[in-house]
Design a protein. Structure first.
Lengths: 366, 181
């Protein structure tokens, strides 16, 4: 399997817009942090240790392809150009930390891109599973299975008191970070997010915008994840996150219904204006594109906007980022040129949808 | 000129961005400028700024860290050579052995980070689980052996002693021989 496929194939499995509560939950991610005994952590180990760790882990995983019922591709980070690393980061297949790594690091990617095992990131092993929609248990089962396969062959750094030993003390214990990526436009519009963020923080969980930085979450996309990893079993962590997420989904649905009920014209006007901007604009900044994408997606979910594919938000939030835009343009772009190409990308994307729609509606008209 | 962001209000604020060495000027109205934040994907910084939090909890003022020399009593990890102070400053462990080296100070650190928890609950590697099970089994046999001695049932005590011994051998050979009786 060539590396090019992962770079050129823009759509990845977690963007599918399916799974439970797919109108609100965009994707679910499970990450397990593990280290081998006998080697220091990547922060302090030697280049030689890095190589040995890299070889040991990839050998075990590539040997276990049959047992795991999937094929993995080994990608050496050092052999990737800066742009290609950025593309993998934008697809959420590797972390920014691994992309900037200076030691021997690699990623093992499953063919469907749902599983990525990062080697020599902050820890020796980072198992990551991303599924579309709300699938905490499914993603956990898969990550746990890979962990079981690796632990049979590799001696893990584990301690009776502290559990799995990780480089960062915020991961010590289960090494598990479970997160759910949610689109919450109505809660943001009705200014309820601040209250929710405060309440959730008290329960040992974190909410933050995953695109952009600063006070507002770009595209109204938020990530809810567990903060506590020590003294709480995997099952409890997942159950608590599931229950919090379901409550937020419920609140978002209520807020959407209230918006639609109280000022339907104002809402419909706003959502269609955004569709107009995405369809016809010649210059699109990241902020404006994020806001309009969120509006269009809300319009689709509420049944107001028809003929646009639901995966538009999941996909375009990724494609409009600098790495993908430059891949799409085939050349490096200055910031103002990016706005031009971003607008072009959206026009083409929406054009494609319209054509498909017309074909579907008027098959007899040929 | 109108605001580039809302395309409604007049632009009153000019933001100069420098990206890849090139300057770009953006024009925003006062309302949008207030909300303006550049879109960074390259967030390399730990959002928690953990080292800062840890340092503050343990009374190391952020600004003085540079001048302070490592104190002689500061513990050093024999495997990676990191000191406890270095752990606090970086907010990370250098190796798995650090957990043992800084064992005494760690419960306080974890209490702050994990809602007061200091002990792992949950999954353990399979091999580790087997060893742990054997250890517990041996401990249980020893307890009943002591009871047997107290009630002067020496025959039973001898049998239990042999059983514990065979399990100990198993433990040392890596738990391979699973036939206990």
């Amino acid at each position: 399997m060539s590396i090019e496929r992962f770079l050129n194939n823009s759509v990845t499995s977690w963007m599918a817009g399916e799974g439970e509560h797919a109108d609100i939950v965009m994707s679910t991610r499970i990450r397990l942090a593990r280290n081998l005994t006998g080697y220091r952590f990547p922060l302090s180990f030697t280049e030689n240790e890095a190589l040995q760790v890299d070889q040991a882990i990839s050998a075990v995983l590539l040997d276990a392809e049959a047992e795991l019922e999937s094929t993995f591709s080994y990608i050496d980070i050092k052999e990737l150009s800066a742009l290609n690393r950025q593309v993998l980061v934008e697809k959420h297949l590797i972390s920014p930390k691994l992309a900037h790594s200076e030691v021997a690091g690699s990623v093992l990617l499953s063919d469907d891109e749902a599983v990525s095992v990062m080697v020599n990131e902050e820890d020796h092993i980072r198992i990551q599973c991303i599924f579309p929609g709300m699938q905490l248990n499914e993603a956990w089962r898969q990550a746990n299975h890979i962990d079981d396969v690796l632990e049979k062959e590799l001696p893990y750094a584990f301690d009776e008191q502290f559990g799995y030993l990780t480089s960062c003390p915020t991961n010590t214990g289960t090494g598990l970070r479970a997160s759910v990526m949610m689109h919450l436009p109505a809660l943001t519009m009705t200014k309820q997010m601040d209250r929710i963020v405060t309440a959730i923080t008290r329960l040992g969980m974190v909410v933050r915008g995953i695109y952009g930085e600063g006070s507002e979450a770009l595209g109204n996309v938020y990530q809810v994840s567990n903060q506590t990893t020590l003294g709480k079993s995997e099952e409890d962590i997942l159950t608590d996150l599931q229950s919090i997420t379901e409550q937020i989904i419920q609140k978002e649905r209520e807020a959407r219904a209230a918006l639609l009920h109280t000022r339907p014209n104002v809402l419909e006007d706003r959502l269609y204006r955004s569709l107009g901007v995405l369809t016809y604009a010649r210059l699109l900044s990241t902020e404006e594109a994020g806001r309009c994408l969120s509006d269009v997606r809300l319009g689709i979910d509420l049944g107001l906007i028809k003929g646009v594919d639901v995966s538009i938000l999941n996909e375009c939030m990724v494609f409009m980022q600098p790495g993908f835009l430059q891949k799409y343009a085939g050349t490096s772009l200055q910031p103002e040129e990016r706005d031009v190409f971003r607008a072009k990308l959206f026009r083409e994307r929406l054009q494609v949808d319209n054509n498909l729609d017309n074909e579907g509606e008027e098959p007899h008209d040929v | 000129m109108i605001c580039e962001n809302c395309k409604q209000r007049p632009a009153k604020v000019t933001v100069t961005q420098v990206q890849n060495g090139d300057q770009v000027q953006r024009h925003y109205c006062e309302v949008c400028a207030k909300n303006f934040h550049p879109f960074h994907l390259d967030f390399q910084q730990d959002p928690l700024s953990l080292h800062q939090l840890l340092s503050n909890w343990f009374g190391v003022p952020e600004s003085k860290q540079v001048q302070q020399k490592p104190q002689p009593e500061s513990k050093t990890c024999s495997s990676c050579g990191w000191t406890f102070r270095q752990f606090l400053n970086q907010g990370k462990f250098g190796c798995a052995h650090c957990y043992e080296s800084f064992h005494k100070q760690l419960p306080d650190v974890f209490k702050k980070l994990h809602n007061g928890n200091v002990k792992h609950v949950g999954k353990a590697p399979g091999t580790f689980g087997q060893t742990l099970q054997l250890k517990k089994q041996i401990e249980a046999i020893r307890t009943s052996m002591r009871t047997a001695i107290e009630i002067e049932n020496f025959e039973e005590a001898a049998r239990l002693r042999d059983e514990a011994r065979s399990l100990e051998e198993q433990l040392q050979s890596g738990g391979e021989n699973r036939d206990v009786h």
